[in-house]
Design a protein around this ligand. Structure first.
Ligand SMILES: [Zn+2]
Length: 87
């Protein structure tokens, strides 16, 4: 005897939607980028814990055969004077 239809998976499988571009799996170098001053008003900016990161892959040259991936962590910094986010 088997019961049927009680525990059924609802709907299809929810997959993660990609953001349109693929990310390299390997990262060779990580760099943190932040601003000391606002480029517009020269006002001193506070460091931020919020970062935006993106990875840049260098196209290998003739001698190098490996792609070097550098991950940049850009701090999202708020300028109170310009009332905008510098990044
Ligand atoms: Zn500013």
């Amino acid at each position: 005897m088997r019961s049927s239809g009680i525990k059924r998976k609802r709907g299809g499988q929810k997959g993660h939607k990609g953001y349109g571009r693929k990310r390299p799996v390997r990262v060779d170098e990580e760099k943190r980028i932040y601003l000391e001053k606002c480029p517009d008003c020269d006002c001193r900016l506070n460091r931020s814990n919020t970062t935006k990161s993106h990875t840049v892959e260098n196209i290998p040259g003739i001698e190098e055969s490996t792609v070097k991936a550098v991950r940049y962590h850009t701090e999202v910094q708020w300028c109170p004077k310009c009332k905008k986010v510098e990044r």
